[in-house]
Design a protein around this ligand. Structure first.
Ligand code: BG6
Length: 784
């Protein structure tokens, strides 16, 4: 004990005013005092509590605790304490004095072992004795990872309970389990140590000023709201939490939770209950509020997969692999975006969609609730009745830089408590939620306050309706768990992040279901839609409206080789011959090698090999596509000499001279040998600029319909090329586009979103007239 005391800083308990202590002493113990949440919000919140309550009769002592050894932990905590601030209405001298007093009331503890807790308890008790103070209560704030809860709870219960007559409040931070079962297990364990009324589960959104105002607002404006707060008048309710930040640095947490567990099951659901629950007769009675909240959650209609859309930002997988040291084959389907439509089984809300949306790496940071009313008037004149009618609880960020309650002027002028809210009237020409700001009544808090500061005051006051009870928590998990389970196998829609997302994540509600508004360019099939023969390593999907096969590159190349062999066998069976045209470039190399070394039954004897494009260099030059075809494939297989058709780029001792008509010559040869100039199969690649074959952006000649083979110019050396035209490519019976490697991710992302714009991205002009297009894109190119 003596040694322990030497390891900690001096502990003072002072009377901060004459009355302090007369109502008893409160000991606050913050576990996780060196953590981020403590540094950012909790220490400030407790300081504010101290400042606000200084004259209200309680005395305080603050104990910051962590696992960190005393010297180090103390330094860390006191560094954070130096940054405490006072609200603008406090004079600097007074602020300095308050900070000084607070620091003197605060000490750091290393709380690791059972003995550490016993020492803490002894210290609190002996200090109370010395000062002759009556104990009012003890507040333990657990800002620690949930796996530590049970252990800490055990120590608090066995060593740190106050004597009868004083209260114990234990504050817990989410996550409270990750589904119904785990939440129940955790709750059961906690209940072996604490009574329900002793536990305060935090949802920091309930501390946000605007969220905390929803219920009082509904109460105070009953005269206006009673007739319209129902299914006859409300079109829909949007509850939105959009973030620009991604999950970088937090993937170990995020991988287990995802967006639904992280913010929708808790923050957005809590907001939903504030909007939709029945107002209790006595709004200041916590029990009644909690009872009505619970009743509402129980009325939520069960969710199915079709009630949600999910997405994942494209950099997420890379971050997971890096931070969790996963190998390149690790593929996470954790959603970082979700839109869910919820319906309520009550007479008041039947059929009204409550749309809950949240995501990381979105285009803006904003959170709000928007209650949009139905247009019930048909206005022949320009009546204000036909303008949008909405009430917005603007929680934070976004265009409006302050939290606000916003009501369309054509609804009613709301009543808000004057002592804490002020009307804003000096508007810019800004628009908000589709209406000029000047068409709203806008109210902002007189004094902005952080959510944690509000919650800490609520804990101090024992105001339990701002916290999550065990029953409410279970009801919420009971509601969300089936959806989470049904989404577990779903591959989310990938989005690039930030403003690049454009309208990729917009979704539409039809009936009770939601779906993305933009046509799926990449759509994955769930595992039960895979054919039996598919390897589990391969995903078959839709890309730009055509079939997509995606896998790690090696698997993908072997699948393509297999598909080519199948196509060859079919063609030979039907017409005795197989016409295959191959592109140059690096991507097909592995494919050619695979065909040479693994496909011994390939009907090479009946196969004609053509070149999709060629560089204007001698065919024996190492830059020649034909040279690489020879090197990788031809020298290893037995294709009849006369079935090999290099492009005539080198005629009359010169390269691609127009007068030699090499392109026409090749076109003629194709017309003579290939029935209807329709190849059985053409293999293409995609360049990072969107070129395919040797058709580069802005090469109109390659887009013309009357030429089969053309001379083109490439922006990179060797500049001159000979190439199949788009017209010829689109006549093929099957076109396979092979795209491999991270380098191609940007172009894949881009072409997944544009329509047909061959002038800008020639690959988008590949659209076989009657044939089939199949994309073979590896995971790296698709997801980076
Ligand atoms: C937290 C989530 O609960 O809420 C975070 O774990 C999220 O992922 C945060 O970023 C959002 O809260 P706020 O207050 O920044 O809107």
């Amino acid at each position: 004990m003596q040694a322990k005391l030497l390891g900690v800083i001096v502990f003072f308990t002072i009377f901060s005013s004459l009355v302090a202590g007369s109502q008893g002493h409160i000991s606050v113990v913050l576990l996780g005092a060196t953590g981020d949440l403590a540094k950012k919000y909790l220490l400030q919140g407790f300081f504010q509590l101290y400042v606000d309550q200084i004259d209200n009769g309680h005395s305080f002592s603050f104990h910051g605790a962590a696992l960190t050894p005393p010297e180090q932990g103390q330094t860390l905590m006191f560094e954070a304490l130096k940054r405490l601030s006072c609200s603008p209405d406090v004079f600097p001298d007074r602020c300095a004095l308050l900070k000084d007093q607070f620091l003197k009331l605060t000490r750091y503890w290393q709380l690791k072992t059972a003995e550490d807790y016993v020492s803490l308890n002894q210290d609190i008790e002996s200090s109370l004795r010395e000062k002759g103070l009556q104990e009012a209560g003890r507040l333990f704030y657990l800002s620690v990872p949930p796996f530590a809860y049970v252990d800490i709870a055990h120590h608090i219960n066995s060593s740190c309970r106050p004597k009868p007559g004083a209260w114990l409040r234990v504050v817990l931070e989410k996550p409270f389990g990750h589904d119904h079962e785990s939440a129940q297990q955790l709750a059961k364990e906690l209940h072996t140590f604490f009574l329900e009324e002793e536990m305060y589960r935090v949802d920091h959104y309930l501390g946000k000023q605007v969220v905390a105002e929803i219920l009082p607002f509904r109460q105070q404006n009953r005269q206006f709201l009673d007739p319209i707060w129902n299914r006859h008048n409300v079109e829909r309710v949007e509850i939105v939490l959009k973030e620009t930040l991604d999950a970088k640095g937090r993937t170990s947490f995020y991988e287990q939770y995802g967006v639904v567990r992280d913010v929708i099951q808790n923050h957005l659901t809590e907001i939903l209950t504030c909007i939709a629950m029945e107002i209790p007769k006595n709004g200041s009675n916590s029990e009644e509020v909690l009872k009505n909240k619970l009743a509402l959650v129980k009325l939520l209609q069960p969710l199915e997969k079709a009630n949600a859309v999910i997405g994942q930002y494209q950099g997420y997988n890379d971050q997971v692999r890096e931070e969790l040291q996963k190998d390149e084959h690790h593929f996470s389907t954790t959603p970082t975006f979700a839109g869910v439509v919820v319906f309520i089984d009550s007479l008041r809300w039947e059929g009204v969609p409550f749309v809950l949306t949240s995501g990381k790496a979105l285009d803006e940071r904003v959170s709000y609730v928007r209650v949009l009313f139905k247009h019930q008037a048909f206005c022949v004149s320009r009546s204000s009745k036909c303008k949008p009618q909405q009430i917005i609880f603007h929680i934070g960020h976004g265009e409006l830089q302050f939290p606000a309650v916003v009501v369309s002027q054509n609804l009613f002028k709301p009543i808000l408590p004057e002592e804490s809210w002020q009307e804003v009237t000096d508007f810019s020409s800004q628009h908000l939620y589709g209406q000029p700001l000047s068409e709203y009544y806008v109210y902002r808090p007189l004094k902005e306050q952080d959510a944690y500061t509000t919650l800490i005051t609520n804990i101090y006051q024992g105001k339990k309706d701002a916290f999550i009870t065990t029953q409410n928590l279970m009801a919420s998990w009971h509601f969300w768990t089936p959806l989470l389970e049904s989404l577990a196998q779903e591959v989310p829609r990938f989005y690039p992040g930030g403003t690049e997302n454009r309208n990729l994540l917009d979704f539409v509600i039809s009936g009770r279901e939601v779906s993305f508004a933009l046509e799926q360019h990449v759509e994955f099939m769930t595992s039960d839609q895979h054919s039996q023969a598919d390897s589990y390593k391969t995903v078959r999907s839709i890309f730009r409206g055509s079939q997509l096969v995606t896998a790690w590159s090696e698997t993908l190349v072997s699948m393509l080789a297999q598909d080519i062999e199948v196509a060859a066998e079919e063609a030979v069976k039907h017409s005795g011959v197989f016409h295959l045209a191959l592109s140059g470039g690096s991507s097909p190399t592995a494919l050619l090698q695979r065909l040479a070394t693994h496909h011994y039954t390939f009907p090479w004897k009946h196969t004609h090999l053509w070149m999709v494009d060629e560089r204007c260099v001698p065919l024996t030059n190492h830059e020649s596509n034909f040279d690489s075809l020879y090197d990788k494939l031809l020298q290893h297989v037995r294709v009849p000499y006369l079935h090999i058709h290099p492009m005539p780029v080198h005629m009359n001792q010169r390269l691609c001279a127009e007068e030699d008509h090499g392109a026409e010559f090749y076109a003629k040869e194709i017309s003579l040998l290939v029935k209807n100039t329709s190849f059985h199969m053409i293999l293409l690649g995609v360049g990072t600029d969107g070129h395919t074959a040797s058709i580069f952006p802005h090469t109109p000649e390659a887009m013309e319909r009357d030429q089969l083979v053309v001379l083109t110019e490439s922006p990179v050396k060797p500049h001159w090329r000979m190439s199949f035209s788009l017209h010829l490519i689109n006549k093929a019976q099957k076109v396979a586009v092979l795209v491999l490697g991270k380098r191609k991710n940007d172009i894949v992302t881009l072409i997944s979103r544009v329509e047909q714009e061959p002038q800008n991205w020639p690959i988008t002009g590949v659209n076989p007239n009657t044939g089939q297009l199949v994309w073979y894109i590896d995971y790296e190119a698709l997801f980076r």
